[in-house]
Design a binder for this molecule. Structure first.
Ligand SMILES: *Cc1c(COP(=O)(O)O)cnc(C)c1O
Length: 454
């Protein structure tokens, strides 16, 4: 659909009148008018004024195979005709959910052979809380209830998801769950000071040990983290971080929950972020890329030691959603996994797309506005700074907001997290696509520098 400027204005008016968008300053958006996306194909989206924009964020980290995947559309249509809905409560099931459970067990780390389905990543993290608590109850340690997360982590937006996450601006708008605690994030560029990244990685990880000792290990149930923080600003931990976290979880016997909602299904060049960092999680929430974003599906992969305990419970596990294992969403996921495997996209990210993107992205570090670039596989970030040497930042998020708008002007979706710019392009990006992305990002930086007058 190509719409006229007049129609765009009309849609924007109605949008402002009736539609409360997620994570949005309603008043500000109403004044400015929303961007209306009308179609998409491959790695591009088009807005209602006909502008073609390279989608450097894969929608919201989910359209990893790009748009226009007819195979997924067909699988969904076929499932809608055959069995558009049935639940998996009350001892029922259906072929798409069974098949998907098996497929996920095949590709997950070896010790993970069970899955609980949800409708989203946030719901998956609610399920995590329920499973963690039930596990320790069944183990006869009902006092183990505290879950430790990280400041500036993101685990979704339900009460449980937002509590596990460590976003201060979210916490101040509701009452977070009392049994969630947070430790420092491994964000060297912002918080590492004079330490080397390696020293800082160890220090950040050891806060977990300090916190466990402070609370008492008999109270602590689990630690939850993203392999690489996504929404927090694509924060790649120093190499020393994860091995030390692993040591601490093992030594104190607490459950390790690795939130794979962004990094599951290939983004690092491994199927799961846990495999990239050689982790052995007990629980692995996932969502987003599992259906290429085409259908709302999430879930929790459950490691054998937790699954064994849950499966021996003599009571119902009193938890589940109407749409747990919805057949249409499972059909979309099966088609997504077919494509991922047939096109060998995970290996391609590891061998070609990832290394080339990282090489070209790192060239942006020469730009006068850029203090650091970083990334892994198909994600990247860069820090906008006033002073490269001192790592001094611009006030507030002004520079980031300007750069985000300039990026759209240059024909690229880049997201701003404060004054950190981030990308997570579709895994199907070609080398030419990488060149286009980096050229447009540079143009956005030039336009931003001009606007800031630096
Ligand atoms: C997006 C995200 C979630 C929440 O997923 P929703 O489907 O939006 O509920 C949870 N964890 C991480 C790491 C995410 O990036």
């Amino acid at each position: 659909m190509k719409t006229s400027v007049g129609l765009t204005k009309q849609l924007q008016g109605l949008d402002g009148e009736h539609f409360l968008h997620p994570f949005t300053d309603f008043g500000a958006l109403r004044k400015k008018g929303s961007r209306i996306i009308t179609r998409a194909d491959g790695v591009y989206i088009w807005d209602s004024e006909g502008n073609q924009i390279l989608d450097g964020m894969s929608g919201l980290w989910c359209c990893n195979l790009g748009y226009g995947r007819q195979e997924i559309v067909d699988a969904v249509a076929k499932q809608m005709q055959e069995l558009p809905y049935y639940n998996s409560f009350f001892q029922c099931t259906h072929p798409p959910a069974i098949e998907l459970a098996r497929r996920l067990a095949d590709i997950a780390p070896e010790h993970m052979n069970n899955v609980f389905f949800t409708g989203s990543g946030s719901e998956a993290n609610d399920t995590v809380v329920r499973m963690v608590h039930r596990y320790w109850d069944l183990k006869g340690q009902p006092d183990k209830k505290v879950i430790i997360g990280r400041r500036n982590g993101y685990h979704g937006s339900t009460i449980a998801g937002a509590s596990l996450g460590g976003m201060g601006f979210m916490h101040k708008q509701f009452i977070p769950l009392p049994y969630v605690e947070h430790i420092q994030q491994p964000y060297w560029y912002a918080e590492g000071g004079e330490l080397s990244p390696e020293e800082f990685g160890l220090q950040a990880a050891r806060e977990l040990e300090t916190k466990i000792n402070e609370l008492g290990v008999d109270k602590v149930a689990a630690f939850i983290a993203e392999p690489i923080q996504g929404a927090g600003g694509v924060i790649v931990p120093p190499a020393t971080y994860w091995p030390e976290i692993k040591r601490i979880c093992d030594e104190y016997g607490i459950l390790l929950v690795v939130d794979e909602v962004i990094f599951g299904f290939g983004r690092t060049g491994k199927m799961f972020g846990s495999q990239y960092y050689d982790l052995k999680p007990d629980l692995m929430p996932f969502a987003k890329g599992v259906t290429n974003g085409y259908q709302p599906l999430g879930g929790v992969m459950v490691g054998d030691r937790v699954a064994a305990v849950l499966k021996e419970d003599s009571e119902d596990f009193a938890h589940g959603y109407t749409y747990s294992g919805h057949p249409v969403t499972c059909a979309a996921a099966l088609a997504t996994l077919d494509i991922l495997e047939r096109e060998q996209l995970v290996a391609k990210v590891a061998d070609q797309t990832g290394p080339y993107l990282q090489q070209r992205w790192s060239e942006l570090a020469e730009h006068p506005l850029v203090g650091e670039t970083r990334g892994v596989g198909c994600v990247g970030a860069l820090e906008l700074v006033k002073n490269k040497q001192s790592r001094a930042r611009f006030d507030g998020s002004s520079a980031g907001d300007i750069c985000r708008d300039m990026s759209i002007k240059a024909g690229l979706v880049m997201r701003a997290v404060g004054n950190t710019m981030i990308i997570a392009p579709p895994l199907v990006l070609t080398d030419d696509g990488v060149d286009e992305l980096v050229d447009k990002a540079r143009k956005a930086l030039d336009l931003t520098a001009k606007e800031l007058g630096v």
